[in-house]
Design a protein around this ligand. Sequence first.
Ligand code: DGY
Length: 328
Amino acid sequence: MSKPKVLVARAIFPETIERLAQHFEVESNQADEAWSKAGLIERLQGKAGVFTTGSERIDAELLDACPDLKICANMAVGYNNFDTDAMTARGVLGTNAPDVLTETTADFGFALLMATARRIAESEHFLRAGRWQKWAYDMFSGSDIHGSTLGIIGMGRIGQGIARRGAHGFGMKVIYHNRSRLDAALEAECKASYVGKEELLKTADHVVLVVPYTPASHHTIGAAEIALMKPTATLINIARGGIVDDAALALALKERRIAAAGLDVFEGEPKVHPDLLTVPNVVLTPHIASATVPTRKAMADLAVDNLVGYLVKGQPLTPVNPAVLAKN
Ligand code: DGY
């Protein structure tokens, strides 16, 4: 019997391709060419599965043009590149890569918070530019992490990981806002108290965003929300571009309405709002929160396990639209 065909949309670990090749006829993109939508559709002809990285948009137009497609396996926990309604309506399963990146991403969220509040990137650029002539009492004074109030918007697994780091490691007071409140045991473990969004924005010294991107979470933080924050506050976005209104943030940073921001994700990335590039009080990183070798390998492995699980064994591990399975 011939093997099912799968497409790997982006360059990936060679061992990931080798694992896939044990079960599938694989077309890969190890040159990491930027395929247009039409190019992706062309390559998906006859493919039962696609390995995506989170940047390939899977929508009704693509699905209608690719009738053989049964599963899209994202190597990412976020799956806002999937139109899940369109996929479910056409019986196409989507899977993501949760859990395996939680602690790595929480580490990064905390690192970005530290770098932002303590002005590490800004001071490093200053030093490299040869501008350090003498010590000064107020040189790159930032704000404290220890003992301060950490506000987390989005208290899923990664948000909880950041809360634990802040509360247990740095003695921070942790407040959070989420669609639903955590149960009491989890709140106690994270030493976190539930508050309304407005109270969080008004009282937190550091605000960290970890909400999934949906139309409802678009511009969760815009000019009005920034106006509620303390002028000494920092804002960290490791969630998705579009959760923050980047233009409003750039203006607020320029006018010092908040102290600083740390951003790993951007509206329309890899493009970055040009005004963000001109303000010094922002740390900018290129969507690397989950980027350690073991974690990226674990994410790739989970995407492979989902493709094999569904197309070979009939049972995926982490479906995002399980209604498709119920229909089968
Ligand atoms: C994710 O997994 O959603 C991260 O943003 C990496 O893409």
